[in-house]
Every structure is written in structure tokens, then in C-alpha cells.
Design a protein around this ligand. Structure first.
Ligand code: HEC
Ligand code: HEC
Ligand code: HEC
Ligand code: HEC
Length: 363
């Protein structure tokens, strides 16, 4: 009898082991775990080696173009309608055009933005958008250098990856709208949405927290800041929205919550990693990109580029990050393109970041 039970036990164990391999979410070893916080806090990032290699291969930065001669006539004098890059030499200007084509429209070529009968013409919406994108790129690399993009910086490729429309963009999500009594209403949640990691969390949370510039500085905070309540706290729905945003951030960076938080005290800055501070500024940067650069292009984009509520396509964390904590494996893509790193000519309308960090946030 005893040996029969042992045999049965072994058979069951063997079947369960085999079954595991076929289950969704099962990661085949070997697993690579990286410690990311103090010892014993469980702040680890866990990946399989295979995933890590695949991610690295999918995010290679392209080789920069050969440097161009800085001498000779300026682009502003050679050409008729150069507004942003007028201080570059003509050769440097043409180098940027070639790289931009490679980064944004390699299949379509110059004609994606230009009417080749008249290169100076601004007929095509793509050219008008691209001019604003030049200013936006300069703004990111100058105003957000210390607070976010660091030595890596960004080029058009960081977001575009060889495509006119970047892969990870988002729109307002009206969800189900109840028009008659027979239609269901879901209070903006319980519907799988990629923006919140396919969770049942509120799915339009990006509109509220990342869509525009003038968001209350404490909008995302939900934890009480005093030991005893001093008024009405935030309702649970607010916490759900915060979690929705956090899912977007984690998924965009390919990390889990412990990349930034010690989950025993989520809100406390003193127990958070330095990356949380970078993320805090990242949130403010994204608001500025959407509010100051994309939103004003509403009238420039053709209707087929707008979202279901007629809003412009918008930037999220994943637009640059594409599943990595440092975009393009942390390559310093800006080094070879200093003209995209400083506010040239008419980028004066790039407003400085208006962010006042919480008092307890480490600098
Ligand atoms: C992604 C859009 C885009 C692509 C692709 C592109 N350009 Fe441009 N081009 C622009 C923008 C924007 C300007 C204006 C820049 C400014 O205002 O500083 C411009 C301006 C120019 C001008 C100056 C014209 C004038 O007289 O004012 C020339 C020449 C030019 N581009 C050549 C090219 C060539 C050649 C290619 C292909 C190798 C190319 N461009 C690809 C967006 C683009
Ligand atoms: C922070 C991310 C980001 C960077 C950096 C960036 N872009 Fe964009 N770009 C976007 C987003 C988001 C859109 C809107 C997508 C759409 O058009 O549907 C866009 C749209 C465009 C379009 C219009 C495409 C279309 O057909 O609708 C052009 C052209 C363009 N970008 C050129 C550039 C150029 C040139 C650069 C570099 C100087 C650049 N972008 C840098 C995010 C970025
Ligand atoms: C890339 C860094 C990062 C990751 C990953 C991240 N967070 Fe956050 N989290 C932040 C930042 C920054 C804030 C503060 C935002 C603000 O106040 O504007 C925050 C705030 C919060 C808050 C509100 C704290 C308070 O003060 O009330 C909660 C709750 C939270 N996060 C939960 C999570 C959860 C759960 C996850 C995983 C699903 C997660 N976070 C992943 C950076 C991160
Ligand atoms: C315009 C492109 C862009 C956008 C949009 C963006 N980031 Fe980043 N982020 C970068 C770059 C580039 C770096 C690498 C900086 C470096 O080399 O240290 C970075 C670094 C970070 C880091 C530090 C990673 C580390 O391991 O040191 C965090 C955390 C981060 N970003 C969070 C966010 C969050 C959260 C959002 C959205 C709210 C966001 N970022 C949006 C470009 C961007």
C-alpha cells in the first residue's frame, strides 16, 4: 500500500511539472535576478536570460551619420524657409535631413515631408509637424537633461524607430458611453486596456495625469500624509487611478514596482530608489511634451491621425522607453547630434519645467 502511494505521488508530481511548462506566464529558466534595493527588501528585478537578450537586440541605436563640415554658408542663407536649424552650415543641415529621413521615414524618403517641386514649401502637414518635433527634441535634450534624459539624450529615432508614427502612443479613451438606458456603463474601468497593463483599473488615467501641463502637483498621491485624518481622504477610486498610471509606467519601462518603491512604504521618498526621482520628473516632462508640443498641433494633423474624441496622439513613458529602463540600451545617442541638444534659433517658446518637488524627495 505504502509503495503504491509513493508511485502515485511520483506520477502526479511528474504530470504537474510537465503541465507547468505549458502554462501561460511560466518562465523557462535560467532566471536572472538583479538586486535593486537594500538587502532583504526583496527589491529585485526578475527576467529570464532569454528575455533580457531579446530586449537588448530589439533596442539597438542606429549608427550616427559621418560628421559634416561646419564651414561655408549657413543653411539660413542657402535656403528659403529654414526656421529652426538656420545656424547650421549647409552641409550640417543636409546631414540632419538625411538622418531624420532614416529615423522617421526610411521607406518613404524625403517626399514624406517635402513636395520635391519646391523644398521650401510647407504644404505637407508632415513637414510642419517635423519642424515642431525638432523644437521638441531640442527642448527635451536641453531643459530635461539634468532631471531626466541625462547623457543619453534623445533623437527622433528614440521614439520613431524608423516609422512615421511611433509604436507606443496613446489617445483619450472614452470607453463605453451610456447613451440610452440599455447600454452598459462601466464608470471608466473593468475593461482590458493596454494603457494600464490590461488590468481592470481605470483606463483613461493617462488623460488625467499625463495629458496636459496644469495638473495638480499632488494629483497622483493617495497615501495620507498625517497620522490621523485631518479632513476627507481620497476615495478608493483615486487610488485605482494612481495604480493604473503606475501599471503604465512599470510596463513602459519593463520593470516591476520595486524598481522605484520599497513596497512596505510606497509613498516614502526616503525608502525609494533614485529612479523614482527620475520618474517624478519624467511625469512632468511628459505633461509638458503633450501640453506644449502635441496639443497645439491639433489643427495641423489630418483627421485620420486624431483619436476617437478628436484629440491629438500623445506621448507616454513607453514612447521613448519601449520596454526598457533606459531607452536604446542607454546609448548616448545625442553625442553625435549637438544641434538637437540645444535650443537653437526659435525654440524660445519652450517653457522651462514648472515642477516643485515634494519637500522630502531626495535631490
Ligand atoms: C521628417 C520630415 C522630413 C524629412 C523626411 C526630410 N525633411 Fe527636409 N525639412 C524638414 C523640415 C521640418 C524643414 C525645415 C527645417 C527648419 O525650419 O529648420 C526641412 C527643410 C529642408 C530644406 C530647406 C528648404 C528651403 O529652401 O527652405 C531642404 C533643402 C531639405 N529639407 C532637404 C531634404 C532632403 C534632401 C531630404 C531627404 C534626404 C529631406 N529634406 C527629408 C523635414 C523633413
Ligand atoms: C518624445 C517622442 C518623439 C520624438 C523625440 C520625436 N517624435 Fe515625432 N512624433 C511623436 C508623436 C507622439 C507623434 C504623433 C504620431 C502621429 O502622427 O500619429 C509624432 C509625429 C511625427 C510626425 C508626423 C507623422 C505622421 O504621419 O502623422 C513627423 C513627421 C515626426 N513626428 C517627425 C519627427 C522628427 C523629424 C523628430 C526628430 C527631430 C521627431 N519626430 C522626434 C513623438 C516623437
Ligand atoms: C519608474 C518608477 C516607478 C515605478 C516602476 C512605480 N512607481 Fe509608483 N510612484 C512613482 C512616482 C514618481 C510617484 C510619485 C508621483 C507624484 O507624486 O507625482 C509614485 C507614486 C505612487 C503611489 C502614491 C504614493 C503616495 O504618495 O500616495 C502609489 C500608491 C504607487 N506609486 C504605487 C505603485 C505600484 C503599485 C507600482 C507597480 C505597479 C508602482 N507604483 C510602480 C514611481 C514609480
Ligand atoms: C523623451 C523620451 C522619454 C520619455 C517620454 C520618458 N523618458 Fe524616462 N528616460 C529617458 C532617457 C533617455 C533615459 C536615460 C537617462 C540616462 O541615461 O540616465 C530615461 C531614464 C529614466 C529612468 C531612470 C532609469 C535608470 O535605470 O536609471 C526612469 C526611472 C525613467 N526614465 C522613468 C520614466 C517615466 C516614469 C516616464 C513617463 C512618465 C518617462 N521616463 C518618460 C527618456 C524618456
Amino acid at each position: 500500500m505504502k509503495s503504491l502511494l509513493i508511485v502515485a505521488g511520483v506520477v502526479v508530481a511528474a504530470f504537474l511539472t510537465i503541465a507547468q511548462f505549458g502554462t501561460a506566464g511560466w518562465s523557462f529558466p535560467p532566471i536572472a535576478a538583479q538586486q535593486h534595493g537594500f538587502r532583504g527588501t526583496g527589491m529585485d528585478q526578475i527576467q529570464t536570460k532569454r528575455e533580457a537578450v531579446a530586449l537588448k537586440d530589439a533596442n539597438k541605436a542606429p549608427e550616427p551619420a559621418e560628421p559634416a563640415d561646419a564651414g561655408g554658408d549657413k543653411a539660413g542663407t542657402t535656403y528659403q524657409n529654414v526656421q529652426v536649424l538656420k545656424d547650421l552650415s549647409t552641409e550640417q543641415f543636409n546631414r540632419v535631413m538625411t538622418s531624420m529621413t532614416e529615423w522617421v521615414a526610411p521607406e518613404q524618403g524625403c517626399t514624406y515631408c517635402h513636395n520635391t517641386e519646391n523644398m521650401a514649401s510647407d504644404d505637407l502637414y508632415q513637414k510642419k509637424v517635423a519642424r515642431r518635433m525638432l523644437q521638441m527634441t531640442q527642448y527635451i535634450n536641453s531643459d530635461w537633461k539634468e532631471k531626466h534624459v541625462n547623457g543619453s539624450g534623445v533623437t527622433c529615432y528614440t521614439c520613431h524607430r524608423g516609422q512615421p508614427v511611433p509604436k507606443n502612443i496613446w489617445f483619450e479613451n472614452p470607453g463605453l458611453t451610456a447613451k440610452g438606458l440599455t447600454q452598459p456603463r462601466n464608470n471608466g474601468q473593468n475593461m482590458a486596456s493596454a494603457e494600464v497593463g490590461l488590468a481592470s483599473l481605470p483606463y483613461d488615467t493617462l488623460t488625467e495625469y499625463l495629458g496636459k501641463k496644469d495638473v495638480n502637483e499632488n494629483a497622483i498621491r493617495v497615501n495620507a500624509t498625517t497620522a490621523l485624518p485631518e479632513g476627507k481622504g481620497k476615495p478608493i477610486q483615486e487610488a485605482e487611478k494612481t495604480y493604473g498610471l503606475m501599471m503604465h509606467m512599470s510596463q513602459s519601462l519593463g520593470v516591476n514596482c520595486t524598481y522605484c518603491h520599497n513596497t512596505r512604504a510606497i509613498s516614502q521618498w526616503s525608502q525609494s530608489t533614485p529612479q523614482r526621482t527620475t520618474a517624478w520628473y519624467g511625469i512632468r516632462m511628459v505633461r509638458a511634451l503633450n501640453g506644449d508640443y502635441l496639443e497645439p498641433l491639433k489643427g495641423t494633423f489630418p483627421p485620420n491621425r486624431l483619436g476617437p474624441t478628436g484629440d491629438v496622439p500623445k506621448v507616454g513613458c513607453g514612447t521613448c522607453h519601449n520596454g526598457q529602463p533606459k531607452p536604446l540600451n542607454g546609448a548616448h545617442v545625442i553625442d553625435a547630434y549637438p544641434e538637437l541638444a540645444k535650443a537653437t534659433a526659435s525654440a524660445a517658446d519652450a517653457t522651462p519645467p514648472a515642477a516643485s518637488p515634494p519637500a522630502d524627495m531626495p535631490k
